[in-house]
Design a protein around this ligand. Structure first.
Ligand code: UDP
Ligand code: MN
Length: 284
């Protein structure tokens, strides 16, 4: 779009890719005028649903930090509704919310396998868009809970269909991308454009509804056929974004792991991975 095109010159050092071959902008610090994005989206009446799942032990471990940090950094110029999906609504922490920001809790079952908790998010999100989100919000962002906002994550990230470059793969050759290579899975793909991270995706409510429905169909069909994609919902998401190119791509600034260490390209970490404690958290 115009704003991004005008600012692209600001990252001329050639260290990062700022545009995909299908002309979607890749959003990096220095490419955009933050205040202009805030004003434009506020004027257009954009409003954002932020969906997050906190099932089983993930609620105590991560949810409060996720929400309090979002209150400091996520879409501060716009109305935001948090949609917290959990098996334990009574345990959702009371977080002080700014004006025009609210939180809804949606009860979901606790599947015993963590892979199923992760995959079934697609179905729950599409149901919530249909019954509620589409009447309240123009855009939807779907995030993992095991992360913390540490910098501006604003309307420059909004678009019709938004994917995130995985922090561990954005600068690696394609043959290292961990797509699903099993021809028996609906997520199967031999080649692709990027390796996208399922911890962050979004778009207009229509686009996210189409994406979550399609991924859920793929997951269900795989289950019927007795197969499971290599990286579960993430494999299906990568397949979807290969067939339906995202209109906007977020740089790994939007989901960085500090354990990677300093990288010149990363001038700001806007959202960061929280420490993972799989052995204790993923027990049924
Ligand atoms: N999740 C959850 N409870 C679980 C497993 C997963 O709430 O028992 C949700 C949570 O939002 C989590 C997301 O599903 O962030 C994806 O799982 P996880 O973060 O463990 O996957 P990873 O990022 O390690 O691939
Ligand atoms: Mn995660």
């Amino acid at each position: 779009d115009n704003i991004t095109a005008a600012r692209r010159l600001w990252r001329t050092e050639g260290d990062v890719q700022t545009c995909t071959w299908w002309r979607a902008p890749v959003i990096w610090e220095g490419m955009f005028d933050a205040a202009l994005y805030d004003q434009t989206h506020a004027k257009e009446g954009s409003s954002v649903a932020l969906t997050v799942f906190a099932v089983g032990r993930y609620l105590d471990a991560y949810l409060e930090t996720f929400l309090t940090s979002a209150e400091c950094h996520f879409m501060l110029a716009l109305p935001v509704t948090y949609y917290v999906f959990t098996d334990a609504p009574e345990k959702v922490p009371q977080v002080a919310l700014g004006p025009r920001r609210s939180l809804k809790v949606i009860r979901v079952p606790k599947h015993s396998r963590w892979q199923d908790v992760s995959m079934m998010r697609m179905k729950a999100i599409s149901d919530a868009i249909e019954s509620d989100i589409r009447h309240r919000c123009t855009h939807v962002f779907c995030l993992d809970v095991d992360q913390e906002f540490t910098g501006r994550f604003g309307p420059e990230a909004l678009g019709e269909s938004v994917a995130l470059l995985h922090a561990y793969y954005y600068n690696l050759p394609k043959w290292l991308f961990t797509y699903d290579h099993n021809p028996g899975s609906r997520a199967h793909m031999d080649t692709g454009d990027f390796y996208y991270h399922a911890a962050v995706f979004g778009g207009s409510w229509r686009s996210v509804k189409a994406l979550t429905e399609s991924c859920y169909q793929g997951i269900t069909e795989d289950k019927r056929n007795g197969v499971e994609a290599r990286w579960h919902d993430e494999s299906h998401l990568n397949k979807y974004f290969w067939l339906h190119k995202p209109s906007r791509v977020l740089s790994p600034e939007y989901c960085w792991d500090r354990q990677i260490g300093d990288r010149k390209a990363i001038r700001v970490a806007r959202l960061q991975w929280a420490p993972k404690h799989y052995n204790t958290l993923r027990q049924a």
